[in-house]
Design a binder for this molecule. Structure first.
Ligand SMILES: Cc1cc2nc3c(=O)[nH]c(=O)nc-3n(C[C@H](O)[C@H](O)[C@H](O)COP(=O)(O)OP(=O)(O)OC[C@H]3O[C@@H](n4cnc5c(N)ncnc54)[C@H](O)[C@@H]3O)c2cc1C
Length: 383
């Protein structure tokens, strides 16, 4: 059954990554989000029309009700075909499932279809200058006025906000409330006078994330997900969806990067260095362990709640990937120091090294994951 599904996905990708999309393979990804954006958006529509977006969503909302195994197969085949990096990840993976679980029927009908076709892109407005790991410290506020919410405050590190049409914004709607009380989860249109997006240039020289300023921004009173004041519960549910079936697809991407590092070590002669050889072997072993861990996480997801396995997996892959970036620089040797072309055109491995520094920060930093493992698995006292 899954082999038939795998063959179907593979055949569709081969038949469609042709013509105008032939050059789209490999486009996009961390530090390369600007690449072929219009083409990738057209690709998103092609995928959506053929029913290859939002596979895990219920059929009633345009999904396929795909099993977890099928979703994993799709992600694996997608990565194997080196298909372009998706522009609608945040919509499909984060806000879509949240709307399905917490939205009203009207909200589902309004917001889900444009996510399927990449017609509306989303960004995640959680972090603030004083609320990162400590998310309950959110200070952005919103008040009801004349049938609308009026929003004032600042978000930061907002991935792809400069390309997004909508933002899901965690904000304080009860004046004087503290911590996780009195928060609401609002759906806010990005293209309006009260919203200003300022890109932040990253180590890669590109800007994947932004500062977002809300100064009297507005959204309809009906654009609250869950009950007003119940935003914390909804926000945590969204975080839970971040660890879904794309986990195994990531392994395929990692394997490709690992092979690039080995090829670089061969080419530069660094592969003759016994210490570097040891590091490469160790990295390969850890990649295998990671694959087995990911399978375990997925079976716990299939069983219901994400357990501490999700934290172990996040900690493990992000630390491994950061080390792979360092290994890539060792494999390149002196070449690592020189940009491919002026003024700052990076090679894939240089970009891997620089962007992988962020892996241990977003989606919960390594320190936070270790706290979760310490408290929930080892039963240590709270930090
Ligand atoms: C590439 C990238 C994309 C991102 N995209 C988004 C996005 O789209 N939307 C969004 O809302 N946010 C986004 N973020 C923000 C991300 O969620 C935060 O950076 C992260 O939660 C950490 O928060 P902070 O940066 O405020 O660091 P802080 O929370 O200030 O932490 C600083 C350091 O202290 C450590 N620390 C903090 N608290 C503890 C503790 N209790 N115990 C031990 N150590 C601790 C942290 O691990 C870290 O090393 C993104 C971040 C990155 C790097």
């Amino acid at each position: 059954m899954d082999s038939a599904f795998r063959a179907e996905v593979r055949a569709w990708l081969e038949a469609n990554l042709t013509g105008e999309f032939a050059g789209a393979r490999g486009l996009g990804g961390p530090g390369r989000e600007h690449e072929g954006f219009a083409l990738r958006r057209a690709w998103e529509r092609r995928l959506g029309e053929a029913g290859w977006t939002c596979l895990g969503w219920p059929k009633a909302y345009g999904g396929r009700d795909a099993t977890l195994e099928q979703q994993v197969v799709f992600h694996e085949e997608y990565a194997r075909a080196n298909a372009p990096h998706r522009v609608g990840d945040i919509g499909e993976g984060l806000i879509g499932p949240t709307i399905i679980d917490f939205g009203t029927e009207e909200q589902r009908r309004r917001f889900l279809p444009p996510i399927r076709y990449g017609d509306e892109l989303w960004c995640q407005g959680y972090s603030e200058p004083e609320a990162g790991s400590d998310l309950a410290n959110v200070q952005t506020r919103a008040e009801p006025r004349g049938g609308e919410w009026v929003i004032t405050g600042q978000k930061v590190w907002t991935s792809l906000a400069h390309l997004a049409d909508w933002c899901f914004v965690l904000c304080r709607t009860e004046a004087g409330s503290k911590r996780h009380h009195g928060l609401s989860y609002l759906l806010v249109p990005m293209r309006q006078p009260g919203v200003e997006v300022r890109p932040i240039v990253q180590l890669t020289g590109t800007g994947e994330f932004n500062e977002v300023f809300f100064d009297g921004a507005r959204t309809d009173a009906a654009c609250v997900l869950g009950a007003p004041g119940d935003g914390w519960r909804v926000a945590l549910a969204t975080l839970g969806y971040e660890r879904g079936a794309s986990t195994l697809g990531r392994q395929i991407g990692f394997r490709r990067e690992f092979e690039q590092v080995v090829a670089a070590a061969r080419r530069t002669g660094a592969a003759a260095d016994p210490v570097l050889r040891d590091r490469l072997v160790q990295s390969w072993i850890e990649l295998e362990i990671m694959r087995l861990n990911a399978l375990r996480t997925l079976s716990s997801l299939a069983a219901g709640e994400p357990g501490p396995e999700a934290s172990i997996t996040k900690l493990y892959w992000s630390e491994w990937h950061r080390r792979l970036g360092e290994l890539a620089m060792a494999a390149l040797g002196d070449e690592a120091l020189i940009a491919e072309a002026g003024p700052y055109e990076l090679s894939d491995l240089q970009r891997l090294y620089l962007f992988s520094r962020a892996d241990t920060i977003y989606a919960g930093s390594s320190e936070i994951q270790r706290n979760i493992i310490a408290e929930r698995t080892l039963g240590l006292p709270r930090a």
